[in-house]
Ligand binder design. Sequence first.
Ligand SMILES: *Cc1c(COP(=O)(O)O)cnc(C)c1O
Length: 380
Amino acid sequence: MIPIAKPYITTEEAQAAYDTILTGWITQGPRVAEFEEKFAAYTGSKYAVAVSNCTTALHLCMIVAGIGKDDEVICPSMSYIATANSIKYVGAKPVFAEVETSTYNLDVKDVEKRITPKTRAILLVHQIGMPADIDAFRQLADKHKLLIIEDAACAAGSKYKGKAIGSHSDLVCFSFHPRKVISTGDGGMITTNREDYAQRMKLLRQHGMSVNDRVRHGSSKLIFEDHVEVGYNYRMTDIQAAVGIKQLEKLDWIVGERRKIAMRYNQAFADVDFLQLPIEQEGYFSNYQSYSIYLKPGCPIGRNDLMQKLLDEGISTRRGIMTAHRETAYKDECAGLSLPVTEDACDRSIVLPLYVPMKEEEVEMVVRKVKECLAVTHAF
Ligand SMILES: *Cc1c(COP(=O)(O)O)cnc(C)c1O
């Protein structure tokens, strides 16, 4: 069986977790601080705040951005549902905009049409690792006095115009779920250049406590903490951070390997008329968190039939990125909302296996079977 994805984690990460456990300091300690420093340095941002996952990262961003009841935030429906949920957590309304089929990223013209006096922010997703056109959205946001929050859950290691994702905006969120490019089991990170944001998020992730554990443990004088606002428990543990530090060291290598496999797929499918392959324009650098292809109209096999046939052959695939507005949780409030491009992109796309290390024979097998499926049905 060829799986859809596999985290690349070695005995080095296991050893780091083991060592950390035996130090006795297993949460909010030195490993978390080190991971934050190294992640900030990697992305070229001033600060990084480690949290329990990307969903809690997004929630904290909504809070520090001051988004709340009666506000609107524009985001894609075509994203993992946590994107939209994070807007809901603060009582605001997700306003779904269309994506472009070539990148699955927000369509800037469609976003502009959905701006109202209530719009406060654009939640910009770098879908499956492909950077969105940050400059175009920055221009739009400046024109309408909106904030940009980046959902870079999938985009650790991706670059936009030569700079790492994480360095372009004041609030950028990452995920370290095993389905992403590097993993800490679960985990998240926010990068920012604003000290006030970083400080408030560090407070909020730890129950709103005024003194962090490292300061208290390191102090020779008695310190009593105060809980200065209603916070959350969104902490990352030192065990996770120790794994994250090792994963971060491998990030560029992992991305390089992923890109080689993506290029192999691109080459192999270049001559298949029915397939729209990922498009990486000049200035964009994807980590290929996923490799998704779109079955163009006229394709001789339906997306679900193709998935089933590949599964019968021992190849695991996934449907393309989901749409939030068609899920039960959003169906009622989105009744009447029409997003034809989004729905078509979701219904006609398929994610192929891509992981490190994926053997050449495995890549060959996927290519051969996909081509066979397309041709076989064609013969009928
Ligand atoms: C995975 C993902 C999330 C959620 O990340 P978690 O760490 O699982 O909370 C949010 N947004 C997008 C676009 C994602 O792909």
